[in-house]
Ligand binder design. Structure first.
Ligand code: ZN
Length: 82
């Protein structure tokens, strides 16, 4: 796959990316799979990365201002024990 901006080769790596999930909540997904551009510092989220974003973002507690999730590991859902 080639970079859409400069045409350089892309290679698979991981990076940490912030996602704004509500007006006051930001989630940082660490070690997300991305395709990184050789030419500059552009990247695009790899298919595997998108899958993790779609899995993890809906689990975020929107009342929390900042949450950091390592996307390599399965997240234990918050459970309310009554
Ligand atoms: Zn590029």
């Amino acid at each position: 796959m080639k970079c859409r901006v400069c045409g350089s080769a892309l290679h698979a790596t991981t990076t940490d990316l912030p996602f704004k999930v509500s007006n006051r909540t930001i989630v940082i997904l660490k070690q997300l799979p991305v395709e990184q551009c050789d030419g500059r510092s552009e990247y695009l989220i790899a298919d595997a990365g998108f899958a993790r974003v779609e899995e993890l973002l809906p689990t975020v507690n929107a009342s929390v201002g900042l949450e950091i999730i390592n996307s390599r590991f399965d997240r234990v859902p918050f459970q309310c024990v009554v």
